[in-house]
Design a protein around this ligand. Sequence first.
Ligand code: IDP
Ligand code: MG
Length: 166
Amino acid sequence: MAKEQCLVLIKPDGLVKSLTGDIISKLSETELKIMGAKIVQVTKELAEEHYQQLKNEKFFDELIRYIMGEYHTKRVMALVYEGENAIEKVRRIAGATNPEQADPISIRGKYGRITTSGVFENVVHASDSPASAEREIKLWFRPDEIVHTIYPTEEKEIKTPKLIWK
Ligand code: IDP
Ligand code: MG
């Protein structure tokens, strides 16, 4: 089995409930390596791009509000995990999409809930295939934010104003 990557997001409900430590500890059982990690304030553009495949679902607008942090805190933790069978290992520990159907000892089973308005607050996101992992990692991370080059890169001269310390 070849080395695989998996994008993990700790969603805003996970951050507001201070579950980041528990989630990262639980995921360490996989013995996968973390290759990148950061806290992100999710824009509408990023949210819609991330969940592009679900844009025709009736829950899409609420899902976008949820991942942007409108219900909790405007922060998401994004992590890149790498290792053999990474996607299956992470998704097994994450649990089923519907937190009420998730194994009670999985992350979603333990900490997730469905709100009365029907939002699946399921605490984490995990890529579901190598192709979606590649698409998602490239969406959430720049090449220099990951400790080694997973996907081919190129050097390009880009002149844009950059925020620096004053
Ligand atoms: P996954 O996160 O287990 O891969 P997807 O089908 O890719 O599941 O759905 C992405 C996210 O959309 C879910 O994690 C959940 O937050 C939300 N979602 C999926 N299905 C439903 C639903 O039936 N009702 C409300 N939210 C849903
Ligand atoms: Mg998915």
